[in-house]
Structures are given as C-alpha cells and as structure tokens.
Design a protein around this ligand. Structure first.
Ligand SMILES: Cc1cc2nc3c(=O)[nH]c(=O)nc-3n(C[C@H](O)[C@H](O)[C@H](O)COP(=O)(O)O)c2cc1C
Length: 164
C-alpha cells in the first residue's frame, strides 16, 4: 500500500513538491512613466491559441503586480539561459530591478529583456482569484520568438540549463 503525507501537514513539503516541476522563467515588465517596472515569474503557461492567451500566477502579496495590471500593455520575456543573474535582479525586494539588465521598450510601453527566447506583447484579458495567488490571463497582441535561444530552466529552486 502506498503511504502519502496529508497536504495540510507542512507547506514546506508542498512547496518542495511544486519545485520538482521544472519550468522556464519569464519577466513581466512595462513602463510606468519613464521607469521600467517588472517582476520575474516562473508560473508562466501557454493557455489558448484562439484567442492567443498565456497565464502567470501572481502572489496576492505582490507589490508590483497591482502597478502592472492596470497598464494597457505588458511585455513578457521568456528568459534565456544567460539570464540567471538578471532573473534574481528582477525579483529582488529592494533596489533597482533593472540594474545590469538590458531591456528594450515598445511604443506601447511594454518592456522586454534583451536577448530573451520569446517576447510577447500582452494585455490583461482576465484575472481569476486562486487561493493565495491570482491567475492573470494575458492576451498576446504581438510577438517575437527566437527558437534557437536556449531558455533558462528553474527546478528545485535552482537555475539550470537544458542539456544540448
Ligand atoms: C525564479 C523566480 C520565479 C518567480 N516566480 C514568481 C511567480 O510565478 N509569481 C509570483 O508572484 N512571484 C514570482 N517570483 C517572485 C517575484 O519575482 C517577486 O520577487 C515578488 O513578486 C515580490 O516582489 P513584489 O512585491 O515587488 O511583487 C519569482 C521569483 C523568482 C526568483
């Protein structure tokens, strides 16, 4: 008989289980006035082709998401394997999140991390509450993909690279 641990026992155990699922990492960024604002998010998922939708899950405690969510356009960058330091910078609580991060903006104010594997220019389609996170569905308005750029991989709280 298989023995399993009750989920309520310890959130650390749950987080550890979640961390076994490898993911890419994205940056969700946009201009607010003359300043780029953004955050790293590994919860990115492709959702729908028609309409073209992706999602990210954002923790309710985020101070950055409430600033981003009302903007007309958001830039979503699928980070490349060279972006491990940039990813940490883009998630830090204090200081300049774009320090040492090369970025570009679109005319609509979406901000993209330079040399990423994919750029998606998005607008917020819908938001769904989900426990201590919100699921933000984003509709893709424009994109640029470089399939030959190796992505950054996040697994068990560490950055990894795909084997070539
Ligand atoms: C690799 C990595 C992945 C992350 N993924 C998410 C995520 O999917 N959703 C989220 O809300 N925060 C995620 N974060 C945390 C945010 O980047 C950020 O640190 C957090 O939102 C706190 O900052 P804020 O209060 O300015 O939003 C991630 C951080 C790292 C380093």
């Amino acid at each position: 008989m298989i023995r399993m641990d009750p989920v309520s026992m310890d959130p650390v155990v749950l987080r550890q289980a979640f961390s076994c699922f490898p993911s890419g990492v994205t940056a969700v960024c946009a201009m607010i006035g003359d300043t780029p604002v953004g955050m790293a998010a590994s919860s990115f998922t492709s959702v729908s082709v028609d309409p073209p939708l992706v999602s990210v899950c954002v923790q309710d405690t985020s101070a950055t998401w409430p600033r981003l969510r009302s903007l007309p356009r958001l830039g979503l960058s699928v980070l490349a394997e060279e972006h491990d330091t940039a990813c940490l910078t883009l998630s830090k609580k204090v200081g300049d999140r774009f320090d040492g991060v090369e970025w570009e903006r679109s005319a609509s104010g979406a901000v993209f991390v330079h040399s990423s594997a994919v750029w998606l220019e998005c607008s917020l389609y819908r938001e769904l509450p989900a426990g201590d996170h919100g699921i933000a569905l984003l509709e893709i308005d424009a994109l640029r993909a470089d399939p030959d750029t190796p992505p950054l991989v996040f697994h068990r709280s560490r950055f990894r690279r795909l084997a070539s």
